[in-house]
Design a protein around this ligand. Structure first.
Ligand SMILES: NC(=O)C1=CN([C@@H]2O[C@H](COP(=O)(O)OP(=O)(O)OC[C@H]3O[C@@H](n4cnc5c(N)ncnc54)[C@H](OP(=O)(O)O)[C@@H]3O)[C@@H](O)[C@H]2O)C=CC1
Ligand SMILES: CC(=O)N[C@@H](CCC(=O)OP(=O)(O)O)C(=O)O
Length: 345
């Protein structure tokens, strides 16, 4: 059994890790931290976990976490960065769901996260864990930076086009919408039901911290710097991201082979589903599932390829992908604990 620690067990991604790990056959969760709820039995706070976890939340303590084989950080930015060095020294493997180790350019990181990076050595060594791109590196990694939610939906949707050099990489557009759980469980007025319900707005249009992460991943795929316009939106739902992606095909004749190209690219990927050409994937078709579902479109008399890509921000966009990474790191079947389909209706 793999001994697991979770730092930040009371947050939305933390409790999603617990839900998914509760049916994973090869893990034993040893330690779940929360500073505000230390001492409270996990199942008292989250009754859906009654009968699954006989543990109470505890204060984060690196000495205790060092006894685990793998620690997930489901904490705000800046927390993992400070605790990881001690865990690395103890030989513990880490999957960090926050953005602490996602960006390689630490000036860019500091600009977006508003603090200096305290562990540049580990930022350099960390593997950016998008399994569909770097599976082999993840297998060997001690520290995996789990990708952000929007960046997962956007990168998976654009990758085949960029890897094959079929589109103008300077003019990519990602128009993305997220449910409110993307903002976490920390209260804020803007996230009240009365504010989010019956409304729909763009935010971060002049710049969002996921933009440099998307740029980094897509530039790697394209082999050159890409230009991407990314605008997130908040929609009145709880879970889910839909990203509508636009790119201009250099040769319109390539439309003929796009569907096959996408199907071939993701044929062996257990968690990416390319739907028939012209389909409209819905966020509810991935709700609770570790799945990215996408479809391609062409509008009449246009060279623009449109990709619609959906994920559950808390699963393929966070906890599910983190467990997928853990499975890869420990040489397990990548789909262990992650096979359940989405919840409908
Ligand atoms: N929500 C989403 O859809 C996604 C979130 N992420 C990222 O995952 C991380 C967690 O997100 P989410 O679950 O939404 O966040 P929440 O705000 O819901 O939860 C944060 C958790 O971290 C703990 N925590 C807060 N500050 C500290 C600290 N200084 N030291 C130790 N523990 C701390 C909190 O418990 P306590 O304060 O009691 O210790 C709580 O359990 C974030 O970095 C987020 O950006 C990534 C992808 C998607
Ligand atoms: C709706 C909403 O507020 N979404 C969040 C998504 C960011 C997130 O979840 O954080 P990561 O960078 O760790 O992926 C936001 O826009 O900030």
């Amino acid at each position: 059994m793999i001994k697991i620690g979770i730092v930040g067990g009371t947050g939305y991604t933390g409790v999603e890790l617990l839900r998914l790990l509760s049916v994973h056959p090869d893990v034993e969760v040893k330690c779940i931290t929360s500073r505000s709820e230390a001492g409270m039995p996990v199942a008292d706070m989250y009754p859906n976990l009654r009968g699954h976890f006989d543990l109470a939340f505890s204060e984060p303590d690196t000495a205790v976490l060092s006894q685990c084989d793998l620690v997930f950080f489901a904490t705000p930015h800046g927390v993992a960065m400070r605790m990881v060095p001690e865990l690395m020294k103890a030989g513990v493997r880490v999957v960090d769901l926050s953005a602490d180790f996602r960006l390689k350019d630490l000036d860019v990181w500091s600009h977006w996260y508003g603090m200096p990076h305290e562990t540049p050595k580990w930022a350099e060594k960390a593997v950016y864990g998008l399994p569909e791109v770097v599976r082999d590196e993840i297998r060997e990694a001690q520290l995996v930076a789990n990708p952000g939610c929007y960046p997962t939906a956007v990168q998976l949707g654009f990758l085949p086009l960029l890897e094959h050099g079929l589109v103008d990489p300077a003019r990519l557009i990602a128009d993305a919408k997220s449910g409110a759980s993307g903002a976490g469980r920390q209260g804020s007025i803007g996230m009240l039901h009365g504010e989010v319900g019956e409304s729909f707005k763009a935010y971060g249009a002049s710049g969002h911290r996921h933009l440099p992460e998307i740029r980094q991943g897509l530039s790697q795929a394209a082999g050159k710097a890409v230009g991407v316009t990314f605008v997130p939106h908040l929609v009145p739902m709880i879970r889910g991201i839909e990203a509508t992606l636009y790119a201009e095909l250099s040769d319109p004749a390539d439309f003929e082979r796009l569907q096959t190209l996408y199907e071939d690219r993701y044929r062996n990927e257990p968690f990416v589903d390319v739907m028939p050409f012209g389909s409209h994937p819905e966020t509810r078709s991935v709700r609770g599932a570790n799945q990215c579902r996408m479809a391609l479109h062409r509008q009449e008399q246009s060279n623009i390829v449109i990709v619609s890509s959906v994920i559950d921000n808390l699963v393929k966009g966070a906890a599910g992908q983190a467990i997928q990474n853990m499975n890869i790191m420990f040489g397990l079947d990548e789909t262990l604990g992650l096979k359940a389909p989405a919840l409908l209706p």
